[in-house]
Design a protein around this ligand. Structure first.
Ligand code: SF4
Length: 220
């Protein structure tokens, strides 16, 4: 958990789960893994297990204690939809987001299949923004999974971009973050905002780049 996040497209991070396992090439230089080990060495209690997946139920009510509205990146140090996070626990995280409704939440995952599988069981409050990471064309199916969920706002993290994505179907996608590998220094990330029409990223880039550019490092 941290406020004043150095990720410029968010205000704070909230980690009701820490730790993860690698699932696709975009995980290779996982920022959360490196930071988890550093925090473990520093003796931080929530990172006593290093990068091993660990539920942090004592963190569940943190957004309720933040009285000023924030844009919160949920699980910057894990992936909420990891197979070892129980469904009931995911529901508790969603319930916390529902109760602390004055914030906006950005939930990002590489496990789009599980989001889709659980979507009908989850309460998609409007303040919950759901996103998927895509690093190359092989993982574009995550966008199709996301599109079918009940999330009110859907976004893409095209980061780290490891290969061409070709044309993307952006129907029902609201915005995207684009950038290089999180392990690279000074990696530039750009935030693009789309209309909800379909189209190619290259066409949207010009419009989005005028809207906002940001630097940041993040997971998942
Ligand atoms: S936190 Fe994200 S980048 Fe790191 S291993 Fe998990 S899914 Fe991969």
């Amino acid at each position: 958990m941290a406020t004043n996040s150095h990720i410029e497209w968010t205000d704070a991070t909230w980690n009701p789960v820490t730790g993860c396992t690698k699932i696709s090439p975009g995980c290779k230089h996982c920022y959360a893994e490196r930071l988890s080990h550093r925090l473990q060495l520093m003796g931080q209690a929530n990172y006593r297990n290093g990068f091993k997946l660990t539920l942090q139920p004592q963190m569940l009510d943190l957004p309720l204690r933040w009285k000023t509205p924030k844009r919160i990146f949920v699980n910057s140090m894990s992936d909420l939809f990891h197979k070892d996070v129980p469904t009931d626990y995911i529901k508790r995280v969603f319930d916390a987001m529902k109760r602390a409704h004055w914030h906006q939440y950005q939930v990002l995952t590489k496990r789009s299949e599980r989001v889709l599988e659980l979507s009908s069981e989850l309460e998609w409050s409007p303040q919950i923004w759901m996103g998927v990471s895509i690093e190359n064309a092989k993982y574009k199916h995550r966008i199709d999974d996301l599109r079918q969920t009940g999330a009110h706002v859907k976004f893409l993290s095209l980061e780290p971009l490891l290969g061409s994505l070709g044309k993307l179907n952006l129907r029902a996608i609201d915005w995207a973050i684009v950038g290089g590998e999180s392990g690279a220094t000074n990696a530039l990330s750009q935030v693009w905002r789309f209309s909800s029409n379909s189209g190619a990223v290259s066409k949207r880039a010009k419009r989005g780049a005028r809207w906002k550019a940001a630097r940041g490092i993040k997971c998942p």
